[in-house]
Design a protein around this ligand. Sequence first.
Ligand code: G
Ligand code: G
Ligand code: NA
Ligand code: MN
Length: 255
Amino acid sequence: FLLQSDLRKAIERDELSVVYQPKVNIHTGKISSVEALVRWHHPKWGMIPPNEFIPLAEEIGLIVEIDKWVLQNACNQIAQWRNNELGSIRIAVNFSAQHFLQKNLVNEIIEQLAISNIDPNLLEIEITETALLGNEEFIISTLLKLKELKIHVSLDDFGTGYSSLNYLRVFPFSTVKIDKAFIQEITNQGEKSLAIVESIIHLANRLSINVVAEGVETLEQLKILKELQCNEYQGYHFCRPLPPEELFEFLEKYE
Ligand code: G
Ligand code: G
Ligand code: NA
Ligand code: MN
C-alpha cells in the first residue's frame, strides 16, 4: 500500500526515467528503432523493476498516466536527437491494454506528435496480446488509423499469451516480436522453442510482417536467428537498455 501511494507521486516527484534499447537489422546491421523502457528510482528502496510496478500501476489505474509520460518523453527525445544531428531515429513506446483501448488514443498521439514537432513515421507503438481482447472492430479501426498516419505498431511478447494465429490475419501489425523466453531456449536444448521460433519467423515472412527476436544474449543465438531469416533482433548481445546520453554515445560510435 505504501508503494501504491508512492507510485502515485512518482511522476510529479520526477522519480521516473526512460532508458532506450536498440533493435537492429540482422542482415544489414542498421538500427531500425530504439525501445523506450520506463524506470522508477524510489527515494528509499532504489530501483524498482518495471515487472513489479507496471502491474501495480495497471491495478490502480495509473498506467495510462505513466504511458503518456513515457510517450511525451520519447517524443521530446526524438526531437532532441534530430536537433543534435544524430538524424532521424524511431522510438518504440510500450502501451498497456488499458491505454491502447482508450477512445481518444489516436487524437492524443497526433497532438503529442504536433507538440514535439516530429514525424509520425518516427513513432512505433508496442502492444501485447491482452490489448487485443477488447472490441475487435474498434481495435482494427485504431490500428488502421495509426497505419494511415504511418505510425508503426508491433505485437509484443508474441508466443506467451493466447498467441492466436488469427491475430496476425485480422490485425494490421507492421511487426511481431518473438518473446525472449523462446529465444533464450533455442541454444539451450530447447528443441521445442527452436521449432516455435522457426515457425513464427516463417509465418511472419510469409505474411510480410517484420519479425524481431527479443532477448538475444549470445552470438550463437544470433547465428541461428540469421539462418532462420529473422529480420531484426534486440538484446544484451547488441546493447543493453541505456539512458539517453549513453545511448547517444553508443549510436555515434556505432555509425
Ligand atoms: O526493461 P524491462 O524490465 O524494462 O521491462 C519490463 C516490462 O515492463 C516489459 O514487459 C515492458 O514491456 C514493460 N514496460 C517497460 N516500460 C513500459 C512503459 O512505458 N509502459 C508500459 N505499459 N510497459 C512498460
Ligand atoms: O516490452 P518487453 O516485455 O518486450 O520488455 C523487454 C524486456 O526485456 C525489458 O525488461 C528489457 O530490459 C529486457 N531485455 C532486453 N534485452 C534482454 C536480454 O538480452 N536478456 C534479457 N534477459 N532481458 C532483456
Ligand atoms: Na516491448
Ligand atoms: Mn516483449
